[in-house]
Ligand binder design. Sequence first.
Ligand SMILES: [Zn+2]
Length: 571
Amino acid sequence: MQNHRRSRREFMGLTGAGIAAAFGGPWAGILAAAEGQDADLVVLNAKVYTVDSSAPRAEAFAIRAGRFAAVGSSADMRAFIGKQTQTFDAKQMTIVPGFIDTHNHAPGNVLLYEVLVGNPYVVEFVTIDSIVEKLRARAAQTPPGTWVEGFFFDDTKVKDNRLINVHDLDKVSKDHPVAVHHRGGHTSFYNSKALEMADINKNTPNPPGGTFDRDANGELNGRVTDRATAVVNRVGKRRTFSPAETEQRNRDGLAYISKQFVRYGVTSVHHEGGDLFALQQVRARGDLLHRVSYEANGKVLDAMIAGGIETGFGDEWIRFGATSEHTVDGSFSERTMAMSVPYQDITPPYKGNITETQDVLNAWIERVHRAGIQPNCHANGDVAIDMTLTAFERAQKLAPRTDVRPKITHCTLINDDLIRRMKALNVVPAAFTSYAYYNSDKFHFYGQELMKRCMAYRTFLDAGIVAAAGSDFSPGPFDPRMAIQGMVTRTGWNGETWGANQRVSVDEALRINTLNGAYNSHEEALKGSITPGKLADFVVLSDDLHTVSEDKIKDLEIVRTVVGGKTVYQA
Ligand SMILES: [Zn+2]
């Protein structure tokens, strides 16, 4: 596999060095286009923000064979219009590169087939009664003993202004195990039947890396965190499907979520695992509208290591990227991340959940690092980030490799020492983007002082760390407009501003959500900016995100999304 890596580096150096250096190389076709062959599509009269620092602004561009052939003024681009060329008059609308989300669970099946007890996409408050009603309806169609589950619950988007609990869920059913899963993915709420089936009572000790929460009287309240959820989730029956049904559901789920991504202008997504077979079939039938950096775990990761498949293998539609997030601690939004200081107002003192020992983490990272695979760990709290960096540093010392770009997913709570070590290793963080807007109601759990060091985009950029956008959908909405607004203002839906010191400019937020995402998967020579030779992935916006009021960025209309020169969404 060494040849593969070498050729990939050469390829990247080639486009990185500019189009002129490509003479006679693989870009000969594009050079020819630049010298006067007709384009497939020419876009004119636009306000183009290229995110290419050598030419940040343009009016027009030409596309040939799915790539940008030339970028410049409308007058210059007219030279590329021939008999077969389509033209698009943008009428001064704004065009930016396609958005790149570097952390997404792409839960198409959940969106399509499961009970959704919260709104996946926008801030919406629901009632506990509405949740109980939805789950009752599902229970009525479900045999006793089989799970009834609700997804996309958000504990701070509930009109009742309290946590859902075991008593609420006992109203759903006494014969079914019932679970409500927090959209953050680290905590769930269960009814009595589920806890009984798992043999958990108020005297059961907490397992390592998780908790069975109790109320003021010491009774189980139904909330279960991190590693303790596995104890409950393994009991009971779940609906089963034939292999053919499973394949069908996986294909339809992926096709469904692909449509949602491009509706929001997202043209490349880093998938946390998922059905690789279904992904290829959906692509073959023409329903894969976005590009995928596939982040492997479990059997697929084992197969990559056994078979010698390194990061970068694949093509411009489906490519193996980093590993899937290897979880080191708990959740930011659910208040279980591992911090060096205790959470406020919790007794006994609680500092979050570490879900992995340093030794196990060291061994896991060394194994993927030696296999030529970009390691990727989920680390939210400063304690977990420290452990992850320790394991990265150790692996690099044992087996030095160039341009690894170890990835930290979330990388939420940082300090000066962590930043210094991240810079030294060229760590690529995939931090929360939409949280600054969507989750501002949770920041008081941490307080203003800690929030100055959370989702620290300003600190990352100032230190020269190439931070990218990681929505973490389901936990966070993936809408890049909501993300950019939150990153620029640090003001949430409730009007509160937290960690204003971490604000970035509109241009910086744009770069984080595009080119830096491409860098995160070693694809910055291929996409992420509107640059001759790169893939023609772009988004047409109704208005200019630089000139609309900052609190209206999330309301800009996505007019059109184009991937590889082909329109995949139109308002
Ligand atoms: Zn995640």
